[in-house]
Design a protein around this ligand. Structure first.
Ligand code: NAG
Ligand code: NAG
Ligand code: NAG
Ligand code: NAG
Ligand code: NAG
Ligand code: NAG
Ligand code: NAG
Ligand code: NAG
Ligand code: NAG
Ligand code: NAG
Ligand code: NAG
Length: 821
C-alpha cells in the first residue's frame, strides 16, 4: 500500500473508517456466501453457511424463550425462524462468539464450547483427515472427502432430529442397527430429545410407529402396500402431493419422499411436541405455517399427552389442564409445552399424613364425562358406597368409578380426558384431601329443620317469581328480535344451558365445536353451537363479527338468532333444521333416497345462498369450508348454508380447524395449497366437488375396497367429453332422472373444478345456468384430471375402471402440473 509513512493513519477518523469498510468487504463474502466449511474456515458468532440455491442457512440458533445457542439449519426464505435440524441438541452453548464449529484434525466436524472443549462431533470413522462440510440446498449437511466430494462420510439426513425434509431418509440402517427416528423437542424452548418419537418398525416391517418414551406405541401408519400406508387412507387424496419411495435392501430399509409439485412449495414433516406427526406447509401470503395433515388426528389419542393427573380436552385450547385439586409440577415446563411432569396435588391426602392431629377423611370429587384413565382395576363389590370405601381404604387408590361394576385406580392417573362422551368413560370420582372440597351441605345440616324449611320456602318463592319475570323478559326479547329481524339476542350462558337441558342433545360436532339442540321458552327449536375453546377474539371483536353475520339474511343461509359471549365462552344460536345436514341425507340415509328434483333444487338453493354471500351482501363473505356437512335442510328440504362467516370469526385458527377436520380436504381448491390468495372462486371449486357428490350420491373419494378409490370427478369429466352422462347419476334413482338437467349439473360441476380460478364460473353465473337462463358449453377436462385421463388412455383406459390414486401419482410424477405458483 502506498501510504505516506509520515502521516499517522490512526489519527485520521476517515482512514479507520476505510479500514473498517475494508474489513467488512473481506468479511462479507466469507460470512454470507459460503456453503462450505473447510480446514481453514469455521463457524463462530454470526457467521453462517448458506446453501447454493439460498434455501437453507446453518449457524448458531437460539429458540424462542431460550438463552442457549445451538448449531442448527433453518429456512432462509421463511420469515418465522424454523429450524429443521439441530446438531448439539443436548449440549447448548451460551456464547456463540467464543464457540466454534470446525473440522477437527481427524476430519470430523466438531463443536467446541467456550472453553474449547469438544461438546459435539459427527463421530464418523474417517480414514482421511482432509474433509469438507457442505450445506446442500436440500437442507442436508454433508461431510465429504476433500479430494472427492461425492464420497460422503456423514450427512445430517442420516441423523434427523424432529424434522423430515423432502429427500431425507427415515428408516433403519441394518448394518449399524441405527434407527433414524424423529424425536420431538423436549419443550418449545429446548431441542433436547423429548418424549415422543416416530420410527420405522425395528422388526423390519414397513410401518411406522409413534411412541411415548420409546416404549408405548400409540399410533401406527399400517404397512406400506406400494402406494399408501394402510392406516393413512388420506394418502389417496390428491392433496398430499408427495411421492413416497420405500427402499429395502440388505444394508438399509427406509422411506424417502419428494414433492411432486414445484420445488417452491416449502413443506416439512415434524414429530411435534403435541405427540403428533404433522405435515406443515409455508403460506407465503399469510406468512405462517399451516397444518396440512396430522396423526393421530385426535389430540387426546396421544399417550400421556398431559402427564399424570393432567386432563386432555379435545374441544379446548390449551388441550391440557390439571384436574381439580392439582397444579402443574413445574409451571415453566408446562407453559413451554413440556407436560411430562404432569400435575401434583395441592394438598396431600389424609392417608399419607402421619400427623396425630385429627384430619378429616379424604373425599371424592365427581367428574362427569371422563374417559377412563389407564389401568383400571376391577373390584368385586355391588354398590357405589362399597366401591367408594374400597378406594378409601387403600392409600394408593386415587380414583374410582361405578358404572355397572366397580373400578379403582392406583397412583398416577394417566390419559384423563374431559368432555368425553364415548363408550370408554363416564363419571369418575377423584380422591382429594377433604380441605379441597368444602362441603356446603354439611353446614346447612346444622341449621334447625324449621329454619331450613322457611329458608327453602322463601327460596322457592323467589325462584318462581324470578323465573316468571325472566321468562317474560326473554319472550319479549325474542319477540322483539323476530319482529325487527335484524337484532341478535345476546343470550346468557345459563339460559342456553337451560334451553338445551345442559347441552344434552348433541346434533353434531365439527371443527368449530359441538352443536346441541334446544328449545326457546316459546317452543321454537334451536341449534346451539359451542365455539368454546378455540383461540377466539376478544369480546368486542366477537360481537362486531357476530353482528355482521347476523345482518346476512337469505332463504338459503342458516339464520342466526343470537349469541352468547361470557368470559371465554362463545356460542352461536341458530334456527333448527329438522332434516339435518346434506351429507346425512346423501350418504347415510338409506331409508329415503333424495329424488332428482330435490337434488337439483338443493344444488340451485346452495348456489343462490353462496351467490348472495359472494356478491350481494355488503362485505363479500368467502365461506372457505363448503362441504355437505355444512349444508342444512329444513322441513321442506330447502338447503341452507351453515357456518358462513366463521372463517373471519376464528381468524388464524381457521386454517387449523380446516386442515385437521377429516373430510374437508377433498373439497379444498388447489390454491389453498399453492398459497395464492383465496378468493370466492375457492368456494366455487368446493361447490363443484360437492355437486359431483349430489349427482353420484357418494363421496368422491369413497373407498370401494381398501386402497382403491373411484375418482368420480374424473369419470364424469371423461363421460361429458364422450357425451354420455346417463350412467353417472346415483344408481338408486333408476330412470327417474331429467337427463337434460343431469347434463347441465355435470357440466357446471366440471367447470367449477377447473384448476385455473378464472375459468371457474361465479356463483351468480351458476345460478343462472341452473335456472335455465344460460346455455353452457362442454367443459374442458380440468388440467390435473386431463393429465390423468391421457395417462390412463395409454394403459387402455376403460371408463368404468376404478381409478386409483397411485395411477394419479404415477401420471402426475411423469407429467407434473406446470403449476402457476
Ligand atoms: C482455504 O483453503 C483452501 C484449500 O485448502 C483454499 O483453496 C482457500 O483459498 C482457503 N481459504 C482461505 C480464506 O484462506
Ligand atoms: C415466550 O416468549 C414470548 C415472547 O417472546 C412470551 O410472550 C411468552 O410468555 C414466553 N413464554 C414463556 C413460557 O416464557
Ligand atoms: C492430517 O494428518 C497429518 C498427519 O497424520 C497432519 O500432519 C496434518 O496436519 C493433518 N491435517 C489437518 C488438516 O489436520
Ligand atoms: C465446556 O464443556 C466442558 C465439557 O463438557 C465442560 O466441562 C465445561 O464446563 C464447558 N465450558 C463452558 C464454559 O460451559
Ligand atoms: C469419487 O468417489 C466416487 C464414489 O466413491 C467414485 O465413484 C469416483 O470415481 C471418485 N472420483 C474420483 C475422481 O476419484
Ligand atoms: C419385535 O419383535 C419382538 C419379538 O418378536 C416383539 O417382542 C416386539 O414386540 C416387536 N416389536 C415391535 C415394535 O413390533
Ligand atoms: C426387506 O428385505 C428383507 C431382506 O433383505 C426381507 O426379509 C424383509 O421381509 C423385507 N421387508 C419388507 C417390509 O418388505
Ligand atoms: C422413560 O423411560 C425411562 C426408562 O426407559 C424411565 O427412566 C423414565 O422415567 C421414563 N420417563 C417418564 C416420563 O416416565
Ligand atoms: C422447572 O423446570 C425448569 C426447566 O427444566 C427448571 O430450570 C426449573 O428449575 C424447574 N423449576 C422447579 C421449581 O422445579
Ligand atoms: C410418616 O412416618 C414415617 C415413619 O413413621 C416417616 O418416615 C415419614 O417421614 C412420616 N411422614 C410425614 C409426612 O411426616
Ligand atoms: C393397595 O393396593 C395396592 C395395589 O393393588 C396393593 O399392592 C396394596 O397392598 C394395597 N394396600 C392395602 C393396604 O390394601
Amino acid at each position: 500500500m502506498a501510504l505516506p509513512k509520515t502521516s499517522s493513519p490512526f489519527s485520521l477518523p476517515s482512514f479507520s473508517l476505510l479500514l473498517f469498510i475494508l474489513f467488512l468487504a473481506l468479511q462479507t463474502p466469507l460470512s454470507f456466501s459460503s456453503d462450505t466449511i473447510s480446514a481453514n474456515s469455521s463457524i463462530s458468532g454470526d457467521r453462517q453457511l448458506t446453501s447454493k440455491g439460498g434455501n437453507f442457512v446453518l449457524g448458531f440458533f437460539s429458540p424462542a424463550n431460550s438463552s442457549k445457542y445451538y448449531i442448527a439449519i433453518w429456512y432462509k426464505k421463511v420469515s418465522q425462524p424454523t429450524s429443521v435440524w439441530v446438531a448439539n441438541r443436548e449440549t447448548p452453548v451460551s456464547d456463540p462468539t467464543k464457540s466454534e464449529l470446525k473440522l477437527s484434525e481427524d476430519g470430523n466436524l466438531v463443536l467446541l464450547n467456550e472453553s474449547k472443549a469438544q461438546i459435539w462431533s459427527t463421530s464418523a470413522s474417517i480414514s482421511t483427515n482432509s474433509t469438507v462440510a457442505v450445506l446442500q440446498d436440500t437442507g442436508n449437511l454433508v461431510l465429504a472427502e476433500g479430494s472427492n466430494s461425492s464420497r460422503i462420510l456423514w450427512q445430517s439426513f442420516d441423523h434427523p432430529t424432529n424434522t423430515w425434509l423432502p429427500g431425507g431418509k427415515l428408516g433403519l440402517n441394518k448394518v449399524t442397527k441405527q434407527n433414524q427416528r424423529l424425536i420431538s423437542w423436549k419443550s418449545s424452548a429446548d431441542p433436547a430429545p423429548g418424549i415422543f418419537s416416530l420410527e420405522l418398525d425395528p422388526n423390519g416391517s414397513s410401518q411406522y410407529f409413534i411412541q411415548w418414551n420409546k416404549s408405548v406405541s400409540y399410533w401406527t401408519s399400517g404397512t406400506w402396500n406400494g402406494r399408501i400406508f394402510s392406516g393413512v387412507p388420506e394418502m389417496n387424496e390428491n392433496y398430499l402431493n408427495y411421492d413416497f419411495t420405500y427402499v429395502n435392501n440388505t444394508d438399509e430399509s427406509y422411506f424417502t419422499y419428494y414433492s411432486v409439485k414445484s420445488d417452491s412449495v416449502i413443506s416439512r414433516f415434524i414429530m411435534d411436541l403435541s405427540g403428533q406427526i404433522k405435515q406443515l406447509t409455508w403460506m407465503e401470503n399469510s406468512q405462517e405455517w399451516i397444518l396440512f395433515w396430522s396423526q393421530p388426528r385426535a389430540q387426546c389419542e396421544v399417550h400421556s399427552l398431559c402427564g399424570p393427573f393432567g386432563s386432555c380436552n379435545e374441544n379446548g385450547l390449551p388441550f391440557c389442564r390439571c384436574v381439580k385439586g392439582f397444579a402443574a409440577r413445574n409451571e415453566t415446563e408446562w407453559d413451554l409445552e413440556d407436560r411430562t411432569g404432569g400435575c401434583v396435588r395441592n394438598t396431600p391426602l389424609q392417608c399419607s399424613s402421619n400427623s396425630s392431629v385429627h384430619v378429616e377423611k379424604d373425599k371424592f370429587y365427581e367428574m362427569e364425562s371422563m374417559r377412563w384413565p389407564l389401568n383400571p382395576q376391577n373390584v368385586d363389590v355391588g354398590s357405589l358406597e362399597d366401591c367408594e370405601s374400597a378406594c378409601l381404604n387403600n392409600c394408593s387408590c386415587t380414583a374410582y368409578s361405578f358404572g355397572g361394576g366397580c373400578s379403582v385406580w392406583y397412583r398416577d392417573l394417566i390419559n384423563l380426558q374431559g368432555q368425553y362422551n364415548g363408550p370408554k368413560g363416564g363419571t369418575l370420582y377423584l380422591r382429594l384431601a377433604a380441605s379441597e372440597l368444602p362441603d356446603p351441605t354439611s353446614k346447612k345440616r346444622t341449621v334447625s329443620g324449621d329454619v331450613a324449611g322457611v329458608v327453602a320456602g322463601l327460596f322457592v318463592c323467589v325462584v318462581i317469581v324470578w323465573v316468571g319475570i325472566w321468562r317474560r323478559r326473554k319472550r319479549r326479547m325474542i319477540r322483539a328480535a323476530k319482529a325487527v329481524g335484524r337484532t341478535l339476542v345476546p343470550f346468557r350462558y345459563s339460559d342456553l344451558q337451560h334451553f338445551t337441558k345442559n347441552f344434552s342433545e348433541k346434533l353434531g360436532g365439527g371443527g368449530f365445536g359441538s352443536v346441541f339442540k334446544g328449545f326457546l321458552p316459546d317452543s321454537t327449536a334451536i341449534a346451539v353451537k359451542k365455539l368454546e375453546g378455540l383461540c377466539l377474539h376478544g369480546e368486542k371483536q366477537f360481537r362486531a363479527e357476530v353482528s355482521t353475520i347476523g345482518t346476512v339474511q337469505h332463504i338459503n343461509l342458516v339464520h342466526l338468532l343470537g349469541f352468547c359471549s361470557e368470559g371465554t365462552r362463545r356460542l352461536l344460536v341458530y334456527e333448527f333444521m329438522p332434516k339435518g345436514s346434506l351429507d346425512a341425507q346423501l350418504f347415510h340415509n338409506n331409508s329415503m333416497v333424495l329424488d332428482w328434483n330435490k337434488r337439483y333444487q338443493i344444488a340451485l338453493g346452495i348456489a343462490r345462498g353462496l351467490a348472495y354471500l359472494h356478491e350481494k351482501c355488503r362485505d363479500c363473505i368467502i365461506h372457505c369450508d363448503i362441504k355437505p356437512e355444512n349444508i342444512l335442510l329444513d322441513a321442506a328440504f330447502v338447503p341452507k348454508v351453515a357456518d358462513f362467516g366463521l372463517a373471519k370469526l376464528l381468524g388464524r385458527d381457521f386454517s387449523r380447524v380446516l386442515t385437521t377436520t377429516r373430510g374437508t380436504i377433498g373439497y379444498l381448491a388447489p390454491e389453498w395449497i399453492t398459497g395464492v390468495a383465496i378468493t370466492a372462486k375457492a368456494d366455487v371449486y368446493s361447490y363443484g366437488m360437492m355437486l359431483f357428490e349430489i349427482i353420484s350420491g357418494r363421496r368422491n373419494l369413497e373407498q370401494t375396497e381398501e386402497g382403491k378409490a373411484t375418482y368420480f370427478p374424473t369419470l364424469a369429466a371423461n363421460r361429458l367429453m364422450q357425451g354420455d352422462v346417463q350412467g353417472l347419476v346415483d344408481h338408486r334413482l333408476g330412470d327417474d332422472v331429467n337427463i337434460e338437467e343431469l347434463e347441465t349439473a355435470c357440466k357446471i360441476a366440471c367447470w367449477c373444478v377447473q384448476d385455473d380460478e378464472s375459468s371457474r364460473p361465479t356463483m351468480g353465473h351458476v345460478v343462472q345456468i341452473l335456472e335455465g337462463f344460460h346455455e353452457i358449453n362442454v367443459p374442458p377436462i380440468p388440467r390435473s384430471l386431463q393429465i390423468l385421463v391421457e395417462g390412463l388412455e395409454n394403459i387402455n383406459f376403460s371408463s368404468d375402471m376404478p381409478i386409483t390414486t397411485s395411477t394419479v401419482s404415477q401420471v402426475r410424477s411423469a407429467a407434473p402440473r406446470s403449476s402457476s405458483v
